[in-house]
Ligand binder design. Structure first.
Ligand code: IPD
Ligand code: CA
Ligand code: CA
Ligand code: CA
Length: 267
């Protein structure tokens, strides 16, 4: 097991690396245009900014923990290690970035075997750096954060991600959204799953649900939610949310209420 001292140092260095990548992304956005957009698949957009940010992050992280492997969205390094793996989304919110909607972030997690032990999400334009290490609480720019105290769905704001490719489950998704919209203060689609999770962690929204996400979208954010006192599960209520492609993150108090609605719609 990694020592607290070593993890604390890694957390500090990872924040620096996320901020450096964020500065690069911010600079490139100033002269970015649609000619720079590439398609990985239908509605699956990417650009040189995602790829170069990822190279920068992988290069720096490999120096601070040489024995660790990597899971990254753009595939810069696909070496897996048994004990430690970095899980990286160099730019979460690519569609926002491309269109100039200013909500996007850098997301970096460190897993020790099956468990996320460190998470950093750097919101590039608001300069909000969310971070947590296992057992150490969650922070935003060095201030401790906690989930909302709201006790019911009727007093809650819910974040989600709309499906934008692979529409097989869209009817179930819309049924879930409809019932949540009717019983809460409303729904928001920010366009970055990592930001959505940090907004649960900091009490700006009470819950977040989405399906079809990947490990690099959620790994860092889920630790930040749990360390802020929240709860994260898949749609069955189990803990298969890093690689399971279904996620429900809440302030804990409204978890069962949302889960019930979600399960009715998903049946
Ligand atoms: C996407 C964002 C978005 C979510 C998508 C993700 P990307 O990540 O997190 O909010 O709805 O499913 O793929 O492609 O911008 O890194
Ligand atoms: Ca992507
Ligand atoms: Ca992502
Ligand atoms: Ca991405």
């Amino acid at each position: 097991m990694i020592s607290t001292e070593r993890l604390t140092l890694l957390l500090e260095k990872t924040q620096g690396i996320a901020k450096e990548a964020g500065a690069f992304i911010r600079k490139e956005r100033q002269h970015f245009n649609m000619d720079n957009v590439e398609h990985k698949g239908f509605n699956d957009l990417v650009s040189y900014v995602d790829k170069e940010a990822e190279k920068l992050i992988v290069d720096k992280l490999s120096k601070i923990l040489p024995e660790a492997g990597f899971i990254t969205e753009e595939g810069t390094n696909t070496t897996k290690a048994e004990e430690f793996n970095w899980v990286i989304d160099p730019l979460d919110g690519t569609t926002n970035f491309i269109h100039g909607v200013p909500i996007f972030c850098v997301s970096i997690a460190l897993m020790e075997r099956e468990e996320v032990i460190l998470g950093v999400v750097y919101e590039v334009n608001l300069h909000e750096c969310f971070y947590a290490m296992k057992g150490g609480g969650a922070f935003c720019n060095d201030t401790r954060i906690r989930v909302s105290a709201a006790k019911s769905l009727s007093a809650s704001l819910i974040a989600t991600g709309f499906p934008y490719y692979n529409f097989d489950l869209i009817d179930k998704y819309l049924a879930a959204l409809k019932s949540l919209m009717k019983s809460s203060h409303g729904a928001r689609r920010f366009g970055s799953a990592a930001v959505d999770l940090c907004y649960v962690a900091s009490g700006r929204v009470e819950g977040f649900f989405e399906y079809n996400l990947n490990s690099y979208d959620v790994a860092a954010g889920t630790l930040i939610v749990e360390e802020a006192g929240g709860k994260v599960t898949d749609f069955s209520g189990a803990r298969d949310f890093i690689f399971g492609r279904q996620i429900l993150a809440t302030n804990e108090k409204i978890h069962e209420e949302i889960l019930t609605d979600l399960q009715k719609a998903w049946a």
